[in-house]
Every structure is written in structure tokens, then in C-alpha cells.
Design a protein around this ligand. Structure first.
Ligand SMILES: Cc1cc2nc3c(=O)[nH]c(=O)nc-3n(C[C@H](O)[C@H](O)[C@H](O)COP(=O)(O)OP(=O)(O)OC[C@H]3O[C@@H](n4cnc5c(N)ncnc54)[C@H](O)[C@@H]3O)c2cc1C
Length: 395
């Protein structure tokens, strides 16, 4: 009987399995991943940005975990020979009206202990000649990029090297205190269960009576790759975000291989794995989204109408590229034509507070631990989150 069964072989589940084995090498740990290969969902479909940690409210888990997570992920990449591109990142203003929010972001970063600098237009031109700002910009030297798929594969390799099992094609169809049931092998006894099921984490949590106030409101992100030579854009270039919404606005990032891309968008998806066309659409999930969306749209806690009004037009390629051109004027629609792999965020809506959940949620249940709302920067924070949750749950 395994001591710990992890549901979900994304970066969060693998990081927790890895940490349990590091601290307790004698435990028998297995990870169940329903797909036949790794990195099929958010952990392999994200921007690959190692965030610095300056966006988040200082009292949040996101703030606490990002700076350390960035450091641990860099160390992991160095250990496993995965290149990290030290791009740094600039946050630019599209007009002087955005300067107060840029200052707020700077203050927030300082409160979170993140290395940050306000720079003028001339300094910005030295850091990233292609970017434009109105007066001031924010410079974050510790933001970077790495290949998210390589990170997940190497983390799975380390779990196996530490004696754990990563079981692919192992879909968990039910679980409770002391047991799990997989489609392939039926019901088996286990010691404890970790729920790291990403887009399905709310469903798994409900099996244990945990997080019943949450409903999944998936948001899809589309990317467009540029035809520019690798390295032409040197830094990630982001706009000043709207603090009332959890997404960062359309931005340009530099992938680990040096290619520039625009995205991701943040458009409500009707199903959790509906990456393209009708593939992945589920009537039950679409019904859940349809009954949650009106509550989100009328929530006083977000500017949801503005979010939808700004995001939906981004389905039109020229509009999306047009927005990116406000940050980097040399961007042209004809240069950004190659679609990247779309990703879907496991965003939860809290029906008791009537708002999108802005932070990670980690809860203990009977014989179980649940990681909910593992949205961005959950890839950067996977290793620091694993350290923190294992230290308190399985000291
Ligand atoms: C578009 C986009 C861009 C992002 N950009 C960034 C970024 O630049 N930097 C950053 O730090 N973060 C980013 N994120 C966030 C980051 O990708 C996630 O926080 C992180 O990948 C979450 O990892 P996870 O393991 O929880 O989820 P997942 O990667 O979704 O893993 C969960 C796994 O559980 C499996 N599973 C589900 N149900 C079951 C079941 N019943 N049985 C067995 N297996 C199951 C799934 O198949 C899946 O593989 C981004 C996310 C998106 C969507």
C-alpha cells in the first residue's frame, strides 16, 4: 500500500511527491497522471516565465512563495541542465494615467522583498530598445524563462530517482480517506492522498468534502509566436495590470529559446480542456460555466464587464497584435502568425464571497491535502509551495 498517492502529475503534484521523498526517503509515494504523457495541461502550456513576485498582495501565499520559488526553480534547472534565459522584465505604461498604478506596483514589490527598479525612458531604451513607455517603467532583473515541458520531465525523473512511481495513463475516478480508485486498477488502499489535479482539483476536493464553495471558471490563453530572429526581443515586456482582475494583460515574452511571443489572452472557456474547436467540450462542464459566469459578470469585486469587453476582441488577431504594439511599436500582425499551444487556467470562483479567488488555496481534508486554484505563478512556485505544504502536513 503506498503511503502517499498524488492525483495529478503536473508540476504541483510532482513537486510535492519529490519533496515528500526528499524529507522522508522511506515512504512509498506514487503519482497518478491520467494522460499517457507528461505536461499535457497547464504545466506544459504556460508562458514559461519565472516570475519575480511583485504583483501579489503582501499577505498572500503568492507573495510569500514566488521569490523563493524563483530561486529554487533556478537551482533545480541548474542541477538538471535545463537552460534558464535571464531576460529580466520591463513593465511599461501606455499613458501617463498609468503612472500611479506603476508606483503602486513598485511599492508592492518592495513590500514583497523583490529586487525592482523604476527606470526612465532612456534607461528603458538601454534595457529593451524595442519597448516604449510614458515617462517611467519598472525593471525586474530576476524574472526569466525556462522550457516548462523540460522542467516537468526532469522533475518526474527526479521523483523516480528518489524511488517514487509516476504512473502515466492512470486516471483516478474516485477517492476518499484511505483509498483511491483508478479506471485501470479499481479501488486500492493508500495512506494519504494529495490532490494536485489542476483543472479537476475542485472535483477531487469535493470527494473529500473540501472546497465546496468553489466552482471552476476556466480561462483560456492563446499565444502567437513571432518570426523575428531569436533574441531580437531581449526582455519580457508587460503592461501595468488592472489590480481588480487576476490576469496580467496581453504581453510579450521571450521563450527560453529566444523566440518572442504575444499572449496569453484570458477568455472564459466553456470546458476545462477545450483547447481548440469542439475537442474537449463537455456539456456538464459547459453548464457549470454557464451558471457561474453571470455571478462573475455581476460581481462587485471585479471589473468583469471591462475584462470581457477587452478580452473578447482579442480573438481577432489584428486586435491582439495591436495591443502588443502599444508596448512594442515594431510588432506587426504579419510577423506574429504562428499559433502556440493554448493553455487553460484552473481559475476558481468563490460562490460564498461572490468573487474570483485571487490566491492559491491549500486545504487539508480527511487523510488528504488539496491544492486548489493553482493559477499563475503556480509553475514558478511549485517547489517553494511543496516545501511549505510538506513541512506542515507531513513534518
Ligand atoms: C496560459 C497560462 C500561462 C501561464 N503562465 C505561467 C507563467 O509564465 N509562469 C508561472 O509561474 N505560471 C504560469 N501559469 C500557471 C502554471 O502553469 C500553473 O500554475 C501550474 O502549471 C499548475 O500546475 P498543476 O500541476 O496544478 O496543474 P496541471 O499542469 O494542470 O497538472 C494537473 C495534472 O493532473 C492531471 N489530472 C487531473 N485529474 C486527474 C485524475 N482524476 N486522475 C489523474 N490525473 C489527473 C491532469 O492530467 C494534469 O496533468 C500559466 C498558466 C496558464 C494556463
Amino acid at each position: 500500500m503506498p503511503d502517499v498517492a498524488v492525483i495529478g502529475g503536473g508540476i504541483v503534484g510532482l513537486a510535492i511527491a519529490d519533496e515528500v521523498l526528499r524529507v522522508h526517503p522511506d515512504l512509498d509515494v506514487e503519482v497518478h497522471e491520467k494522460e499517457s504523457s507528461l505536461a499535457q495541461h497547464a504545466s506544459g502550456r504556460n508562458s514559461g516565465v519565472l516570475h519575480a513576485g511583485f504583483y501579489y498582495s503582501p499577505d498572500s501565499m503568492k507573495a510569500r512563495l514566488t521569490r523563493v520559488g524563483n530561486k529554487l526553480l533556478r537551482e533545480f534547472c541548474a542541477e538538471r541542465g535545463i537552460p534558464v534565459r535571464d531576460t529580466g522584465k520591463v513593465v511599461v505604461t501606455r499613458s501617463h494615467d498609468e503612472l500611479p498604478r506603476l508606483h503602486d506596483l513598485h511599492q508592492r514589490g518592495m513590500a514583497n522583498g523583490v529586487e525592482l527598479e523604476l527606470v526612465d525612458e532612456q534607461q528603458l531604451a538601454e534595457l529593451e530598445p524595442l519597448a516604449r513607455t510614458s515617462g517611467l517603467a519598472l525593471w525586474s532583473p530576476s524574472t526569466g524563462s525556462a522550457d516548462p515541458v523540460a522542467v516537468v520531465e526532469q522533475l518526474a525523473a527526479r521523483v523516480r530517482e528518489r524511488g517514487g512511481r509516476v504512473l502515466l495513463g492512470s486516471s483516478v475516478v474516485g477517492a476518499g480517506p484511505g483509498w483511491i480508485a483508478t479506471e485501470r486498477d479499481g479501488r486500492t488502499s493508500v495512506g494519504r492522498v494529495v490532490n494536485a489535479a489542476g483543472l479537476h482539483a475542485d472535483t477531487v476536493a469535493r470527494w473529500f468534502g473540501v472546497g465546496e464553495e468553489y466552482r471552476m471558471l476556466p480561462f483560456k490563453g492563446l499565444y502567437w509566436y513571432g518570426s523575428w530572429p531569436a533574441g531580437r526581443l531581449r526582455r519580457h515586456v508587460y503592461p501595468v495590470p488592472d489590480p481588480r482582475n487576476p490576469f496580467l494583460g496581453v504581453h510579450l515574452t521571450v521563450a527560453a529559446n529566444g523566440r518572442a511571443k504575444i499572449g496569453p489572452t484570458a477568455i472564459p472557456a466553456m470546458s476545462r480542456e477545450a483547447y481548440s474547436g469542439l475537442h474537449g467540450l463537455s456539456a456538464r462542464e459547459a453548464w457549470d460555466v454557464a451558471r457561474t459566469l453571470p455571478r462573475f459578470l455581476t460581481s462587485p469585486h471585479h471589473d468583469a464587464r471591462a475584462l470581457v469587453a477587452s478580452e473578447v476582441p482579442k480573438y481577432v488577431h489584428s486586435r491582439l497584435v495591436g495591443e502588443a504594439a502599444q508596448l512594442v511599436p515594431s510588432v506587426r500582425p504579419a510577423d506574429f502568425r504562428v499559433k502556440g499551444r493554448a493553455g487553460i487556467r484552473a481559475q476558481l470562483f468563490d460562490t460564498s464571497a461572490n468573487r474570483l479567488e485571487m490566491d492559491f488555496v491549500v486545504r487539508e481534508g480527511p487523510g488528504s491535502l488539496h491544492v486548489l486554484n493553482a493559477v499563475s505563478p503556480g509553475w514558478t512556485t511549485a517547489l517553494s509551495m511543496a516545501r511549505e505544504v510538506v513541512a506542515s502536513w507531513l513534518p
